[in-house]
Design a protein. Structure first.
Length: 326
């Protein structure tokens, strides 16, 4: 069907519609209650929403036999118990054709919707939108197990959920160990005081070793919040993302002339210094050939190389290179 049909139907008609749709192989299902035109009527909206909850069986039955479903959207349908979660996940988990899921405004205050993290398992799903679901009080492995159990997932939208400080810690830990997710989206009405930890998951600039251990795959979107991490992981190649962060860290240290001293504190072996120096010019040339714009706090490669060569123990460095050649 080329046009969208918006229907409000009584239960009897829904049963007839279910019989017609159960064996129909449509590509997209969008289900949400619609208010009457004109001034909103809260009582009418609540009645429709309550009816929609009873129609979770209807939705599941319509989808169960569909082998071509690619997009599933459920909006403003309240999910209040584990039975509803089990019912939906049982159907969606078995859909090899499914690529995109949206479940928006389905959770309740202190509800069970967070169980979606433990029960939704689809190896082919690319995107899931879980905005406005009152998600909070996560368990330590909710997000990490969700990401590992959905290896094809590339885009996760968690906007407008009241995550607390402990939730942020769990999400950061999941990001540090994940190499598949490409986009992660947040919007906070009242940001947790430690939301900046999300920056460290993407770019931990405390040391070169910390940079290497950062997530070089996922791009973070923090709607309404200024964050340095949003300008990193813009390349599809994780190696380029990592090089950009190394370059940014060396530039930052160069302005304080502390690269050489910090190398020793970081425990960087002297034999690795030539490798670090060799990254500077090629990466700078690559940046000029692409759309990447040099940041204001980044300096020229020659400035970094000059500082390191001036301040580092050059005789030891020279002997280390000779030993590697032997």
């Amino acid at each position: 069907m080329g046009r969208e049909a918006r229907l409000r139907l009584p239960a009897e008609v829904m049963l007839l519609l279910q019989e017609a749709l159960e064996h129909t192989h449509f590509h997209q299902l969008v289900f949400y209650p619609i208010q009457t035109e004109g001034n909103p009527n809260p009582n009418e909206f609540h009645r429709i929403q309550t009816m929609s909850v009873r129609y979770l069986d209807f939705i599941s039955n319509c989808v169960r036999e569909n082998t071509r479903l690619e997009v599933f959207r459920l909006v403003n349908v309240t999910i209040e118990n584990s039975r509803d979660i089990d019912l939906l996940c049982e159907v969606l988990n078995n859909k090899a054709s499914l690529r995109e899921i949206e479940m928006t405004s389905c959770g309740t205050e202190g509800g069970v919707f967070r169980e979606i993290f433990n029960k939704l398992r689809n190896e082919n799903m690319k995107k899931i939108d879980l905005t406005y679901n009152r998600l909070s009080n996560l368990r330590p492995t909710d997000v990490s197990e969700f990401l590992s159990s959905n290896p094809s997932l590339r885009d996760l939208d968690l906007c407008s959920n009241p995550f607390n400080e402990q939730d942020i810690v769990y999400i950061v830990d999941a990001l540090r160990h994940n190499t598949t997710l490409r986009f992660l989206r947040f919007r906070f009405r009242n940001p947790p005081t430690n939301f900046f930890l999300l920056d460290y998951a993407i770019f931990d600039s405390t040391s070169l070793n910390a940079v290497f251990d950062s997530n070089h795959v996922c791009r973070l979107f923090l709607d309404g919040i200024t964050s340095n991490s949003t300008k990193f992981n813009t390349y599809s190649d994780p190696k380029l993302n990592r090089k950009k962060k190394i370059y940014a860290l060396l530039s930052k240290r160069n302005r304080r002339r502390e690269n050489a001293a910090v190398f020793e504190q970081d425990g960087i072996a002297i034999k690795h210094i030539p490798q670090i120096l060799s990254l500077l010019k090629p990466f700078s040339e690559h940046c000029h050939q692409t759309l990447w714009k040099q940041e204001e706090d980044e300096v020229k490669p020659l400035s970094i190389a000059y500082e390191i060569m001036r301040d580092w123990r050059m005789p030891e460095l020279y002997n280390s290179v000779l030993m590697d050649q032997d």
